[in-house]
Write a protein that binds this ligand. Structure first.
Ligand code: CTP
Length: 396
């Protein structure tokens, strides 16, 4: 998504400039071409040498050096996006008034690309009426302002004014400026994580699913422009994009209800959740006391969500299921494909090293009505991309 994108970073004088070093690193790592311009004040907070090394480009901070003039117009026109981070109170006020007494401001005034600014300042400065006034002037000039964070500030005080974290800025720009449109208009419903089936108010039956695979799927479909709803059981993961509609549930019954409700609209449904097959027949109202040497629990089957989805699949809808198997993998997965009327089953075997619950990697075989296709062991993000490509080809 960020590969080969030209991103110009503007750094102004604020202690938060140290965070911009990792922003540059993350952008380069994601494949972007990065150039940095900074104010004289910023060069005291973040080393131009470090930034030049990380960005692989000379840092520009003077309008002219000896007999050379820095071409601000060229720089402003080169970029696909200009990110000013951190944006200090001083530069904010100059930008709002069209001042042009340094290279960064000259580049801002000649930039033809979108401009995103991530302010950083002390809480009192952040709340000052002149800051609010200048920010609204900037927004009227079509500059997008990243919200500030709340927490410890350089002054030692706690409050609003922290510059957004580099990862947040990356997530924001991916979503706002560089989202693909290959699957624009498609509604995708993904399930992820385990379900917890309550025994009593403190205990449950669950499984080791982390949700990584389902969240990676939701992220990649969103990156390709789809409208994504993610129904997730308990998981510590958060979607990479705020535009993903996250609906959290606990039990298989709750997942069933939400999936059925969302399925009517969905063009693509991917059941990657590890839904509990059984749930206690009775949920004890109070905590069970330790009494007898043995305890028997009566369990009943949960509703098979994928089976219900397959039974009411509408023409043009694509339904993918998962199967985690320990033996007779292909045969079991083929049976699931037919029994649940799915369009494909994504099989992973617990016998493969680096596959299954909790791992960062997975090895899959996609089984459909035409045959099966195996993929090598890859990161779950790459596996999600393979699944997304496969489904995109099938529906187009
Ligand atoms: N699934 C479901 N609802 C359930 C159980 C499973 O929708 N109550 C879905 C899973 O999300 C997965 C697929 O069915 O996409 C296969 O799940 P799996 O646990 O491998 O198979 P089961 O049908 O539960 O059969 P078994 O556990 O006997 O292998």
């Amino acid at each position: 998504m960020l590969k080969n994108k030209k991103i110009l970073i503007g750094i102004t004088g604020s202690i938060a400039a140290y965070k911009t070093i990792s922003l540059v690193r993350l952008l380069v790592k994601a494949g972007a071409e990065v150039k940095v311009t900074m104010t004289e004040a910023a060069s005291h907070f973040a080393s131009p040498l470090v930034l030049a090394t990380l960005s692989k480009n000379r840092v520009l901070y003077k309008l002219s050096e000896e007999d050379a003039w820095s071409n601000h117009v060229e720089l402003g026109r080169w970029a696909d996006l200009f990110i000013i981070a951190p944006l200090s109170c001083n530069t904010l006020s100059k930008m709002a008034n069209g001042a042009c007494d340094n290279l960064l401001l000259a580049v801002y005034l000649s930039a033809t690309c979108p401009v995103l600014a991530a302010p950083a300042m002390d809480e009192d400065m952040w709340h000052h009426p002149s800051t609010k006034r200048n920010l609204s002037l900037l927004m009227a000039d079509k500059v997008t302002i990243m919200p500030v964070g709340n927490g410890e500030l350089a002054s030692g005080l706690f409050g609003e004014g922290r510059m957004a974290e580099p990862e947040e800025i990356i997530g924001f720009i991916r979503e706002k400026y560089f989202r693909g449109n290959e699957l624009a208009g498609k509604k995708v419903l993904v399930t992820a994580g385990p379900t917890y089936e309550a025994i009593d108010p403190v205990r449950f039956i669950g499984n080791h699913s982390s949700g990584k695979m389902g969240y990676a799927l939701a992220d990649i479909f969103f990156e390709k422009g789809a409208d994504v709803t993610l129904v997730s059981g308990p998981s510590h993961i958060t979607p990479a994009y705020s535009g993903i509609q996250l609906q959290k549930i606990t039990s298989a019954e709750e997942m069933f209800n939400l999936v059925m409700e969302n399925s009517k609209e969905a063009d693509i449904i991917i059941m990657s959740a590890a839904v509990s097959d059984y749930t206690p027949s009775t949920v004890f109202e109070n905590k069970l006391k330790k009494q007898t040497a043995e305890l028997e629990l009566n369990l009943m089957k949960t509703k098979d969500i994928l089976h219900h989805l397959g039974a009411q699949k509408r023409p043009g809808q694509f339904i993918a299921g998962f199967a985690l198997e320990t033996d007779n993998e292909i045969t079991n997965a083929e049976q699931k494909l037919l029994k649940k009327n799915a369009d494909c089953i994504i099989l992973n075997s617990l016998r493969d090293a680096g596959a299954g619950f909790g791992a960062d990697t997975n090895t899959i075989t996609i089984i459909d009505h035409a045959g099966h296709q195996s993929f090598p062991n890859k990161s779950k993000k790459e596996v999600a991309a393979d699944i997304c490509n496969y489904i995109s080809q099938k529906i187009h």
